[in-house]
Design a protein around this ligand. Sequence first.
Ligand code: GLN
Length: 487
Amino acid sequence: MANIKHTLLELKAKLDAGDLTSEGLVREYLDQIDRLNPTIHAFLYVAREEALAQARILDQERAAGTLRGPLHGLPIALKDNMSVEGMQNTCASKFLEGYVAPYDATIVKKLKEAGAVILGKLNMDEFAMGSSTEYSAYGDTKNPWSLDRIPGGSSGGSAAALSAMMAPITLGTDTGGSVRQPAAFNNLVGLKPTYGRISRYGITAFGSTLDQVGVFARDVRDCALMAGVLSGVDPMDSTTADEPVPDYLAGLTADLSGIRLALPKSFLDGLKEPMKGLLLHTVEEYRALGATVDEIDLTFAHNALAVYYIVASAEASSNLARFDGIRYGRRAENPVSARDLYTRSRSEGFGEEVKRRIMLGTYVLSAGFYDAYYNTALKVRTLIKEELRRVFTQYDAIIGPTTPTGPRRLGERSDNIIDEYLNDLYTVPANIAGVPAIAFPMGFAEGIPMSCQLIGDYFSEPKLFQIAYAYEKAHDHITRYPEVATL
Ligand code: GLN
């Protein structure tokens, strides 16, 4: 218990001062995982022996005076759709049960080069489709703040592991909000960087024009450090941007003078209490801290949700075609023909939500419907991008809620799938436009965390960190921990 409640940067200082060894720290996290994972079920795979062996090597290197990089000896846990050589990569699907990644994703390579220790792989909605982690083929993850509630999704394991102190930092992927929404439900900072900022090589694709790797952190400074380690152009992912990576952490200030925020009126329409009151309170606090906040009208951004479910499903149907029973993972027994092999492998291997997305995506791409749905969605996507660009010529960021409500109870999924999709109302615009967004804690309602979101212009991560940090410094929300984790 002594160390696991610290932030990553606090742990780094302790390692640097010689007050702590990497092995000792890894053991503390493994103990916490042993104690809490049976209840919370955030980890699908605990890399116990690998992590201890790696920590020992890193301790020896440190004793000999060599540091690999800024994360030397620090543990991290990863969503189970990120390839780590020699570890499972199931995407929480039966299809990939037993599949072991034969290579490291670029981000994993970068983490290893920076000296990180990988603690294991985290639960998620199957193939990252969902907002609750209830679509995992390996069982639900519970929200450490309230064990009968969802942790959010699709990166629910990443959020629950961090908030329950089973890791000091975690990674997820965000196609439509899968980092920011679970961060919101767990009192964490969650960053979805600019499209192209971080390589996706080695990460199982869902919606290729939307997917980004994102960071879950206890605070903004940890998030800035980790984003810096992961960012940068990668020859293995041609969608990465050849833009310089600033030192996010060194450049971080909490100065709000001259900062202009835009609050879209449509974000307030229909927003219920207690979220609405907390958001308006946060806006007032931003004003008190020196920022200007104006209400603005947006015409197209509220269509982002419809655009998202067309585009993401279309891309998913194409990306998931590779799961054919031949190349990876599951293969149906005794097929009588190639068609039978495909059909049975896919019917048996995929869960209900993944099948729904594949069918929806195939439908919107099919001859006769392509223009009505997919092409129209692309046109609206352009309008949304242009609209946000116009906003960012006058404002530093858009402020709003991360989610319409707090986390619902486990198992209380509505029969109407649209209700589930409406969760993503405020998070999808950033993915549709490809711009960065950050979620951060703005307080609690009856013990349940509530979250504020900032959306910025392309590559404006430094500004988003700065604006979020100014609020964070003025509050103590991040110093609260779920009771279950501190027993
Ligand atoms: N909840 C959204 C969906 O189900 C977002 C998922 C994600 O970002 N991976 O598609």
